[in-house]
Design a binder for this molecule. Structure first.
Ligand SMILES: [Zn+2]
Length: 449
């Protein structure tokens, strides 16, 4: 119901009817007609009806089984696929595709909180991403941006923030968002500081350069504060140490050009995934940036579009653009073509070992924009990695919510959940790349696109 109609109705019917309407939920929306992929992984629901009351989903059914109440605002989803809002489990709000990290880290920290991170968040939301996990940024900025979004002051996904990375030693010039640990007591103190500041999880990297006691202390301290630990898996020894210490989620598929994971790592993974009392072992492989690099380099449409300018002032856009004027010359990418052929085998190995893969993208890294990342990851999973589309969608909806411990509120389109819902014209189960043009985005019951 539009505001104007509501007002006319108010004056026409008087206060007593209005109180009835309020009791029924004054802000009722009905998404009617689309094919609902609800996130649970079962058969899609044709001719679906999703009733939204305020921030939450009130009921889910079909046009035959669920009547649309009088007064509800009807939004037609005929011809559309309706899905839970997507999750991206590996984003970097503080970066925005610029190819030179040293320049970025030296130039823009003053603008992270008010300009760059909000722009990134807005872009994710417009891409249908209603929840995202941020994998490392300065502590105060992380909390401030997450909370400003939470209060509705700026548009963006519901954010889960790590704050600064925990690692052996920060790389020079990155001390704002990387904290080194020196000994067990320091490891515990740093994690405690992050927990007390209100981060949502701990990001651990380079754990193969820490002592085993330090790694164990980081993970144990995090768990004592109810925080999960997400750790890099760039090198086999990072995986081994991470598994021994009990990390909850690994990130990336490995920086090397080795064709697969060593046998002993696979055995450790299977031993871990066999322990169901610990819950699934999660892994965010972030394959899209690697897989698509040569394509993006040679077909610059994704770089030339102005879609990724959203929220960024002209000076920053110009700076980002000039940074990849010659993408083929960037040192960052020289080894990428050699890593690409290893991806499929590694993904297969992880799936065979029983690992639960999550959709995440490393969004924000060079030439990778928040408005494009997530659908590309799903596209590569389905088209190139051979992952069934329903499994891919669940890895971007249901499983992230389970991993973050919020499955009672998020991850599926079902009764009682927050109304985070997207809709896309066409059959996403057949053509997953349709997700590049999300037609409808509803976050916490409010239509934002
Ligand atoms: Zn990352």
């Amino acid at each position: 119901m539009s505001r104007t109609v509501l007002r006319a109705w108010w004056w026409g019917l008087g206060v007593s009817s209005l109180l009835v309407a309020a009791a029924q939920g004054g802000d009722l929306k009905a998404l009617v007609g689309g094919t609902l992929v609800d996130g649970f992984g079962s058969t899609p629901i044709r001719d679906s009806v999703v009733l939204i009351d305020g921030e939450r989903i009130q009921a889910v059914g079909t046009v035959k089984t669920l009547a649309v109440p009088d007064g509800a605002e009807v939004i037609s989803t005929e011809g559309m696929t309706v899905l839970p809002g997507l999750w991206d489990m590996h984003v970097h709000l503080m970066i925005n595709g610029h190819a030179d990290y040293a320049h970025w880290d030296a130039t823009y920290p003053d603008r992270f909180r008010d300009v760059i991170m909000p722009a990134s968040a807005h872009q994710l939301l417009m891409a249908g991403v209603t929840s995202a996990r941020d994998m490392g940024a300065p502590l105060e900025d992380s909390i401030a941006v997450r909370d400003a979004i939470g209060r509705g002051e700026i548009p963006g996904p519901t954010m889960y923030m790590s704050g600064p990375f925990i690692q052996h030693a920060p790389y020079p010039g990155t001390e704002l968002f990387r904290w080194g640990v020196d000994g067990v007591a320091d490891a515990r103190a740093k994690v405690r500081r992050l927990a007390e500041a209100g981060v949502d999880f701990i990001k651990l990297i380079d754990q193969d350069q820490m002592t085993e006691d330090e790694v164990a202390a980081v993970v144990d301290e995090a768990h004592q504060h109810g925080l999960k630990v997400a750790a890099h898996a760039h090198r086999p020894e990072e995986i081994r140490r991470g598994l021994r210490a009990g990390v909850d989620c690994f990130e990336h598929t490995g920086l090397s050009t080795a064709p697969g994971y060593p046998e002993d790592v696979l055995v450790m993974l299977e031993e871990r995934t066999a322990q169901m009392n610990k819950g699934p072992l999660f892994w965010t492989p972030t394959v899209e940036g690697l897989f698509n690099y040569e394509y993006v380099r040679d077909h610059p449409e994704m770089l030339d579009t102005d879609a990724w300018h959203l929220g960024l002032p002209p000076d920053i856009v110009a700076d980002i653009r000039q940074s990849f004027a010659h993408p083929e010359r960037l040192g960052y990418f020289q080894i990428t073509p050699l890593r690409k052929p290893t991806l499929k085998n590694k993904i297969d190995q992880l799936r065979r070992a029983g690992v639960k893969l999550l959709v995440g993208t490393d969004s924000g890294i060079p030439m990778k924009f928040h408005i494009q990342s997530t659908w590309n990851e799903l596209d590569i999973w389905v088209r190139e990695m051979g992952i069934p589309v329903m499994e891919a969608i669940q890895a971007a909806t249901y499983w992230p919510a389970v991993h973050m411990g919020v499955a009672d509120d998020y991850g599926t389109v079902s009764e009682g959940k927050y109304a985070d819902v997207i809709a896309v014209q066409g059959d996403v189960l057949r053509y997953v790349d349709l997700l590049q043009r999300v037609d409808l985005v509803i976050k916490h019951g409010r239509r934002v696109k």
